[in-house]
Design a binder for this molecule. Sequence first.
Ligand code: SF4
Length: 330
Amino acid sequence: MAISTASELVRLDGIKKHYPVTSGGMLRRVHGLVKAVDGISFSMNEGETYSLVGESGCGKTTTSRMVLMAEPPTDGSISYQGNPMTSFSNSDRQNFRSSVQAVFQDPWSSLNPRMRVDSIISEPIITHQKNATKNEIKDRVDELLQVVGLHPFHAFRYPHEFSGGQRQRIAIARALSTQPKLIVLDEPVSALDVSIRAQILNLLKDLQETYQLSYLLIAHNLATVRYMSHRVGVMYLGKIVEEADPIELFTNPLHPYTKALISASLPSHPRQQREEIVLTGEVPSPIDPPSGCTFHPRCPFVLDHCSTNIPIYETPVENHLVSCHLYNNG
Ligand code: SF4
């Protein structure tokens, strides 16, 4: 069960997303399930960033699509401001669509190349604020361009006239246009030059402080996650195997998978003794995941019962959850 606080905005409880694997022509037969997300729980607070990290295909983006209501879970429940999404009325759904926005990895494909910047940014305002006048919309577009570090005269240009970093600023302005509470950031800087990644991350941090935004950050770059997050969930084969705040997670990782991710991607401090763990083998198929702990075929610390017993997700250290037999007797 995720840890609850008074300022909770989103809560996921036991969320699963299983896709049927079918074969045959007219009479399609289901002969398996892809367990893209397999029973995850976490909560997000107002004004904070919750990050999901893990290798490609671990279920991060599928989870974010369910939070965006782009697809329903197979099982479990997602609540927004305390209300389960399944009980939303039509007006709840409309309010949700304006208060939850997304910024994606590639601003080339997420911005319509045939639309001018003013149309791109004003489109969500026109959809969600039907009473807004033309002057109000224009003023809002000018304001948003300045908020993201661009100029009002940029409103009359097209996406191809901008650099990658500027296009991501336009995507952020569009996400802000409906005054959202939550923005899903799906690899927001990984398509950008290294030299401008920090500028976009700093902009996102400033905007979070100014507007009390919550971010659900999907990222594989651990330096980005460490810099941006208030809470981090590490995903492996559709499950969250470890969760903690970034200082705790990066200085005291418990799960062998988290240790391997960190040793592969973050340089260790000269004074910090860190275990070097090299991951071997491929991520197993989510159609037929390994029994017991799904990480056991790749784990350098595997115990006899790891291949048969599923570890319990528990808290061996305060506010630090992990699912591993090294820390429980399951
Ligand atoms: Fe490794 Fe066993 Fe822990 Fe899984 S439960 S991570 S196999 S030690």
